[in-house]
Ligand binder design. Structure first.
Ligand SMILES: C[S@@+](CC[C@H](N)C(=O)[O-])C[C@H]1O[C@@H](n2cnc3c(N)ncnc32)[C@H](O)[C@@H]1O
Length: 322
């Protein structure tokens, strides 16, 4: 059986019998006015962060969510979009689609603003999305892409790029790992499907996105996720896994390379009111300006004693250069 088949079987089982510990979520349950997340959706939260950010959701965007799980994030997206067919959910596992369909009935009963017709569920594969080219404003996936091996991952990212409109954004949450993992872990189909042994270093993950054509990348959060220890897993050393929230924006790649925001800022503290680098960045005195890693490198090379470049916080929440 291929690892993709194993993955389907695992999520078929997780659709029929909710498995609270399947993925370790690191986000608290949302508390927003008039939003009630049904308990069953909470129990079927198989993600590792959040892909729903209010600032992506202005101007009634058309939203695509791949790998629906229990439907919790689709409900959260619908909270902002509130229109018929505003959110399209795609999943390859019939039982998962059926479970989320049932959960939306429960959500409708608990949320006066929510109508089932806000979400359209479609059977489909992340590797061949049943969605037209250039038709989506915001695409999302949570804890699915890390399962894929190199070829499939490349294809899944290319599919998201294909369906997004120009300047549309792909918002994701996935485990990442900076340590090497041995081949036994990497090739264990079950551990991969459980989002434990497919994760990549952040830089590799980002490179795959920029290679696919995304011109702007935002790392929005980086959090602890899981430990693989020698007592419970086939590894000689303890492995620490994190999860990141990341957005890839379908902007053209600038001539001098993509803009990757990892939470760095530049602070000018010289004698003038501002510093202008003549490359599009004006640093107002004593006001931190969020900058991408490329701009951080260029400013550092100037070796000025009146500009401070902060380290990556991996918490970028908008604004700044580029
Ligand atoms: C780890 S779960 C994440 C579920 C959901 N995103 C969440 O955060 O709770 C992975 C989801 O992807 C679905 N899935 C697995 N392989 C897929 C594929 N090739 N194409 C589309 N969906 C897939 C599974 O059925 C499951 O719903």
């Amino acid at each position: 059986m291929s690892y993709l088949e194993t993955t389907k079987n695992i999520y078929k089982a997780a659709a029929i019998t909710p498995d609270v510990g399947l993925c370790c979520t690191t986000n608290p349950i949302w508390e927003l006015p008039e939003l009630k997340i049904p308990k069953i959706m909470q129990n079927m939260n198989y993600g590792c962060g959040s892909t729903v950010h209010a600032r992506d959701l202005t101007n009634t965007p058309r939203i695509l969510y791949v790998g629906v799980g229990g439907g919790m994030e689709l409900l959260q997206f619908a909270y902002f979009s509130r229109q018929k067919d505003g959110v399209i959910g795609v999943d390859i596992v019939d039982e998962m689609l059926e479970a989320s369909r049932k959960n939306f009935i429960e959500a409708e009963a608990q949320n006066p603003w929510f109508k089932r017709e806000f979400v359209t569920l479609k059977k489909g594969d992340a590797l061949h999305l049943p969605v037209e080219d250039n038709s989506i404003d915001v695409a999302a996936q949570n804890c699915l892409f890390n399962i894929f091996k190199a070829e499939e991952l490349k294809k899944a990212i290319a599919e998201m790029y294909r369906v997004l409109k120009p300047h549309g954004r792909l918002v994701m949450s996935d485990p990442t790992c900076e340590q090497p993992m041995n081949a036994t872990l990497r090739n264990d189909e079950r551990l991969r499907a459980l989002c434990l042994s497919g994760s990549l270093p952040i830089a590799t993950y980002v490179k795959l996105l920029t290679n696919a054509g995304f011109g702007t990348i935002e790392i929005r959060a980086r959090k602890p996720y899981r430990i693989l220890d020698p007592k419970h897993y086939p590894t000689d050393e303890l492995i620490y896994i994190e999860s990141i929230e990341v957005a890839a924006i379908k902007d053209p790649v600038p001539e001098d390379g993509p803009c990757v925001f990892t939470g760095k800022a530049a602070i000018y503290f010289g004698d003038k009111d501002f510093y202008d680098d003549k490359a599009g960045h004006i640093l107002l005195k004593n006001q931190p300006l969020a900058i991408c890693d490329k701009t951080a490198e260029n400013l550092s090379k100037l070796n000025r004693d009146d500009i401070y470049i902060s380290k990556s916080t991996f918490h970028y929440d908008g604004g700044g250069c580029c």
